[in-house]
Design a protein around this ligand. Structure first.
Ligand SMILES: Cc1cc2nc3c(=O)[nH]c(=O)nc-3n(C[C@H](O)[C@H](O)[C@H](O)COP(=O)(O)OP(=O)(O)OC[C@H]3O[C@@H](n4cnc5c(N)ncnc54)[C@H](O)[C@@H]3O)c2cc1C
Length: 435
């Protein structure tokens, strides 16, 4: 098994040449920094609106988290529906669930209307319980979905065997309108659409600093009326809001292709995108070329400061997967790659306008492609004339100075790594924000 991002492997042979870097000083109406799903979604909003829009991306479009991701498109992210209900009550949970739901609609509609070739898979979600506590989690999720009048199906351990070839799970909740994509090809596809429609995109171009209305890069600059940051792993020299973000580490792997019999042995009827109820959960789905995409992590490396590049963690995830599916014990996994997901202390994104320079907007810590898709679009809609939008209230959920279990002053003493892990755990399992 080699250390290589499979999605980058799939880029070989596609028509996605890297764009030229910015090497001059230019003016624009809007500059967007960062071209993951969020930045591209922001740029997409401006397409055909008669603004001059420039996107700069220090890697290639989708080259960071988006293009490393497993490509599950589901409203579930680090926060399950039952956790949102506990935190925000029925109304708040409904409101927040609509964020990733709209994000999925935006991505799906782009894939369909621009015919983006990105291995789009229609796959119901299966949230799998492990052990008795996992079964309780599944029932809790089921109850929350019923409370919000969503549609789903509950499977107990025995019923689950009709749709999943494993004895390892204590039950599952299944629901529709979820999909799988190759998110790197999606981002590269969106790049081509945007360029064709007049948006300037400069890859391998890093924003180094901002001053007033201008963003400086290595050999150029862009001065614009509005500046939108949709960048990850920002350094504090660019903005002090970078303090609000930490990055959790997870790992992915891809198998050699399976034949039909092997697939039927896992998914006898149809394939699903699956994840389990454990704290550091594993997740898997089948790609369009019949490979298993399997991801997960462990407690020690999720919040570690240092990047872990060895196959140790993903090997443990693969072994666990094979214990649940012994029929696949001889299946080889050929590539693996680590990735870091930006998140805030309570796992909701931070969206704001800079307090001293309100023409600078930030989309930070989006956990999940659907969240990123909505948040990029949201900020773009609110950039010029916020008054015509009817969803200002999301700024309140996503403001930077919301309350966290361990306050910021204590973080300075205890350290970001420890405090983020505790605040994340608190937000997931105990926090209540109904007010
Ligand atoms: C291994 C892994 C698996 C995941 N699986 C899933 C999944 O299955 N489903 C799901 O919904 N989510 C998944 N996620 C999370 C998801 O990938 C992210 O939440 C999402 O991609 C965030 O999108 P974004 O646009 O905000 O950030 P990014 O995709 O990180 O985009 C930010 C961009 O900004 C650029 N940038 C940063 N600094 C600068 C600068 N100074 N100048 C110019 N450009 C800059 C970066 O290069 C990057 O391209 C996964 C993440 C990882 C790492």
């Amino acid at each position: 098994m080699i250390l290589q991002n499979w999605w980058f492997t799939t880029l070989m042979g596609t028509q996605n040449p890297i764009t030229k870097p910015l090497m001059k000083n230019i003016k624009a109406d809007v500059v967007i920094v960062g071209a993951g799903v969020a930045g591209l979604s922001a740029a997409n909003y401006f397409m055909n609106l008669n603004y001059k829009v420039v996107v700069i991306e220090k890697n290639i479009c989708g080259g960071s988290s988006s293009g490393k991701s497993a490509g599950f498109l589901t409203p579930d992210s680090e926060l399950e529906l039952s956790q949102l209900v506990r935190r925000f009550g029925k109304g708040g949970a409904n409101d927040l669930w609509s964020v990733p739901t709209k994000g999925i609609e935006l991505i799906k509609s782009n894939i369909e209307s621009y015919q983006i070739d990105c291995d789009f898979q229609v796959q119901d979600s299966l949230f799998l319980g492990i052990g008795n506590s996992g079964w309780e989690d599944i029932k809790e999720e089921m109850k929350s979905r019923e409370l919000l009048e969503f549609k789903q199906t509950l499977y107990d351990k025995n019923e689950l065997k009709s749709i999943l070839g494993s004895d390892g799970f204590s039950g599952a909740v299944r629901y529709k309108d979820t999909y799988g994509i190759n998110a790197l090809l999606y981002c590269q596809g969106m790049k081509n659409v945007l360029i064709k429609n007049g948006i300037e995109i400069y890859e391998a171009t890093e924003a180094l600093s901002t001053s007033d209305h201008c963003v400086k890069t290595h050999l150029g600059s862009i001065c614009a009326e509005q500046i939108i940051f949709c960048a990850d792993k920002l350094e504090t020299k660019l903005t002090h809001y970078a303090e609000n973000i930490y990055h959790a580490q997870t790992f992915l792997s891809i198998s050699e292709p399976l034949n039909d019999l092997m697939i039927k042995a896992i998914f006898p009827k149809e394939s699903f995108q699956c994840w389990d109820s454990t704290l550091v959960y594993s997740y898997f789905r089948i790609t369009g070329d019949n490979r298993i995409l399997l991801g997960g992590g462990d407690m020690l490396t999720t919040y570690s400061k240092n990047d872990v590049n060895s196959a140790r963690v993903i090997n443990a995830v693969i072994n666990k997967f094979k214990r649940n599916f012994p029929q696949l014990r001889d299946l080889k996994f050929i590539q693996y790659w680590p990735g870091r997901i930006d998140s805030t202390r309570d796992l909701l994104p931070t969206i704001l306008k800079d307090e001293s320079s309100p023409w600078i907007h930030y989309v930070l810590g989006c956990v999940g492609l659907p969240w990123a898709s909505f948040c990029g679009n949201f900020v773009a809609r609110h950039a010029f004339d916020s008054n015509i939008q009817n969803d200002h209230h999301y700024y309140k959920y996503f403001k930077a100075d919301r309350n966290f279990f361990i306050p910021l002053w204590l973080e300075k003493i205890l350290g970001k790594q420890l405090v983020f892990s505790i605040n994340n755990g608190w937000a997931k399992y105990y926090q209540v924000d109904k007010k």
